[in-house]
Design a protein around this ligand. Structure first.
Ligand code: 1SY
Lengths: 187, 187
């Protein structure tokens, strides 16, 4: 069950390590930039985009031009498995609403879904397009239940499930609207 | 099949991206440091340590004091899934032989095995210690067959399988000896 392992890998190899350090990283960013960005403590979360299509661009702007990269947070540096000073970073974005007002958040896609996508493209991986859909849903369920039980991650993340098979095709601002729905609950 | 997914993830999300850039990174390192380190082109490979126990320390020195961190290669920087300028780096080590002569190589552990180890420690992950052993072997087989078919990775890696369940317990220089066996074939 590919997705089961990918969800555990995403948790033990990443979220469990970086989420406890996120608050510190945001504090440093605000000090260094003398910035009042992210006024609402409840939005001091990593917003994790989970597209059900598993289709993930490397630059978020490619999915929606109302989302603009602003700045990276200060690096998180950890020795991992023989790599000395491995770097983990999160990107801060500005998201424009329908009045073109900017809202800010720390957001990124759930990278393991790119593995599912690429496996479904490579015949030797043995994962069909239908399998991939099932595996994305299994990834969501597994990740959700791991995170709900995790003390290290409590209140430090937000999973944003993107039902993007049809809607995204028709609405070029589907993504920003989905992010804003979440941010408005936090503000 | 957790290990099947972890091997594909390690390939599509990491090795396929970084191995083609490794030669360039080593060249830059040698120029910037005016160094003749890694004289033998055949050792310009990422040496990937695969311990069958899945037991992976974060600092290689903890496994064998004859292995010393020297320097990181120049960063490899890639936009990935919304993280702007995600950093990938490899560490260069000095490995002492029985005459205390130094040999150099780019080496690290296969990070996904840490996920298997942590899953076997967490009862909610549903992976027993016996399962873990099977999954490590499946990881090796799957990774080996993916890499053998990969144009991007050809001749740019070396898998070093460490049968470390009993031997490592008794020989505090087990790891350096295993690495040197590989390096001597490359020199
Ligand atoms: N040695 C090493 N150095 C690296 O820089 C690196 N980056 C990835 N990997 C390993 O390759 C595979 C694919 O990576 P992917 O990014 O799809 O999943 C990653 C990704 O979704 C997330 N993650 C890890 N590091 C970062 C990071 N720096 N930024 C964002 N996400 C990250 O958590 C998953 C598991 O990470 P690791 O458990 O460290 O092992 C990964 C994985 O086995 C690496 N291995």
């Amino acid at each position: 069950n590919v997705a089961h392992g990918l969800a555990w890998s995403f948790y033990t190899g990443y979220l469990k390590l970086v989420l406890p350090r996120l608050e510190n990283s945001i504090n440093q960013y605000r000090d260094q930039n003398n910035s009042n960005i992210l006024r609402y403590r409840d939005s001091w979360r990593l917003h994790i985009l989970v597209p059900l299509s598993a289709f993930i661009p490397d630059k978020i702007e490619e999915a929606d031009r109302n989302v603009h990269f602003l700045h990276n947070l200060p690096d998180i540096v950890i020795n991992r498995a023989g790599v000395r000073n491995r770097v983990y970073k999160h990107s801060m974005y500005e998201v424009l609403d329908h009045l073109r007002q900017p809202h800010h958040c720390v957001v990124e896609y759930a990278t393991p879904l790119q593995t599912l996508y690429q496996m479904s493209q490579d015949s030797s991986a043995g994962l069909s397009a239908e399998d991939r859909r099932q595996q994305v849903l299994l990834f969501c369920r597994t990740l959700k239940s791991i995170l709900e039980e995790s003390l290290e991650c409590r209140n430090r993340y937000r999973l944003i499930i993107l039902d993007d098979d049809q809607e995204a095709e028709q609405d070029s601002h589907f993504l920003s609207k989905e992010i804003l729905k979440q941010l408005q609950q936090e503000e």
